[in-house]
Design a protein around this ligand. Structure first.
Ligand SMILES: C[S@@+](CC[C@H](N)C(=O)[O-])C[C@H]1O[C@@H](n2cnc3c(N)ncnc32)[C@H](O)[C@@H]1O
Length: 389
């Protein structure tokens, strides 16, 4: 028996013996529950794999962050040497010419990328190396409740969705373990603040509600591994929760995760810009870090679809990142980072997303837009709240 199975048995017996342990885990000081014995993030099955992951998470959080700060300082020094105000805006081509050849800046980019590659490689080795076991787990969950899963193997997958964004092998649609790989990969990305989906719970707590307070049906677009959808169910326990994603493996994993958590969420493989739901079906539509990973033209379509889907007075609350307007972050260092994320971390749509005036596009879609909505992060697009008249 591997540790994962053993620990889940331990969890079951602990939970049966003392149901309050789960509640205790949620409120554990610092917000982090003791890991692995119970809770949401299932432990990796072998200690060597987990220690590899722990090393890479620690490396990213402490070492890489420090190397990155050294590169920031280096960029400031270089700009000053050239008589340029580091806060001044600079076209991307000029920023690259100036900053890319610098060895400290290059080192920061290279070490980050290699860490990322190692992280993915660990996950691919585990999940593909034990494919039968992990497929059997998903098969066992496919028809289980409380929520539902709808996969559409024949669905048209647009080319823009096939990229290996942030270098994830096979991306979201081309690897049957995409959900597994993403879930543990983002655990690393969230520097470990993911054991109990706590990052998602934090953002779910900021999701706006319609002025009349009615939240009967909620939809998440681009739900990935379902962490936000599950957090939304916890926030709105009486509401019917739906979540869609273009990636079949993503919703399949999401459903399995929801079944494990006992969360009544309905997952469906569907395009965010073309869902099968009726007009005005939802009180709240939301998305979390979807828009920076789709072309700007598709973002506009998603805004229109969200507008179609919410009832009058209903809202769309997209939470996303990398906004460069209206608050300018187009400094030389900012432009270098944007290029680097686009080119090397393969966030292929992020430059055009940064150039999209999302508030204007939401208005074009029919929403009235509050640019200082709940959970506003200055300079980010976390703050856009669209309300349907
Ligand atoms: C960065 S992930 C975010 C996932 C999830 N919201 C989370 O909380 O981690 C972006 C997700 O959007 C999905 N996606 C990309 N384009 C999409 C589209 N057109 N329709 C639906 N989902 C899409 C991807 O498959 C991926 O799972």
């Amino acid at each position: 028996m591997d540790r994962r199975t053993w620990l889940s048995l331990t969890a079951a017996s602990l939970a049966a013996a003392a149901p309050s342990l789960k509640a205790f885990a949620k409120d554990f000081p610092g917000g982090l529950a003791p890991r692995g014995t119970f809770g949401k993030l299932e432990r990796l099955p072998f200690r060597d794999l987990e220690s590899n992951e722990d090393f890479l998470t620690t490396y990213r959080t402490w070492v890489q962050a420090e190397i990155w700060r050294a590169a920031d300082r280096r960029a400031v020094a270089l700009l000053k040497e050239h008589g340029i105000d580091p806060q001044a805006e600079m076209p991307m081509a000029d920023a690259l010419k100036l900053l890319e050849p610098d060895p400290i800046i290059a080192l920061s980019a290279q070490t980050w990328l290699r860490g990322q590659e190692l992280m993915w490689a660990n996950m691919v080795r585990e999940f593909h190396g034990n494919a039968d076991k992990y497929v059997a787990e998903m098969e066992a969950a496919d028809k289980a409740g409380p929520g539902t899963l709808e996969l559409k193997p024949q669905m048209f997958i647009p080319d823009y969705a096939k990229h290996e964004i942030h270098m994830q092998p096979g991306g979201y649609v081309g690897n049957e373990f995409a959900g597994h790989i993403y879930y543990y990969g983002t655990h690393n990305f969230y520097s470990g603040a993911n054991y109990q989906d706590e990052t998602h719970a934090q953002y779910a707590s900021k999701v706006a509600t319609p002025a009349d307070g009615q939240v009967k049906r909620v939809l998440e677009l681009g739900c990935g591994t379902g962490q936000m959808a599950i957090a939304l169910k916890e926030r709105f326990p009486e509401a019917e929760i739906w979540a869609v994603d273009v990636g079949g493996p993503m919703v399949r994993f999401a459903h399995m995760h929801a079944v494990d958590c006992g969360a009544n969420v309905n997952f469906m493989q569907a395009l965010a810009e073309e869902t099968p739901f009726p007009d005005g079906h939802f009180d709240v539509v939301t998305s979390y870090i979807l828009h920076h990973e789709i072309p700007a033209e598709i973002s506009k379509k998603v805004f229109k679809e969200a507008h179609r889907l919410v009832r009058p007075g209903g809202i769309y609350f997209p939470m996303d990142t990398y906004a460069r307007r209206p608050i300018g972050r187009r400094t030389a260092r900012g432009m270098f980072s944007l290029w680097w994320i686009h080119r090397w971390n393969q966030e292929v749509w992020t430059i055009e997303y940064s150039e999209l005036d999302s508030a204007a596009a939401m208005r074009d879609a029919g929403f009235s837009v509050n640019e200082q909505g709940p959970g506003a992060w200055p300079g980010y697009k976390y703050n856009l709240l669209g309300t349907k008249a």
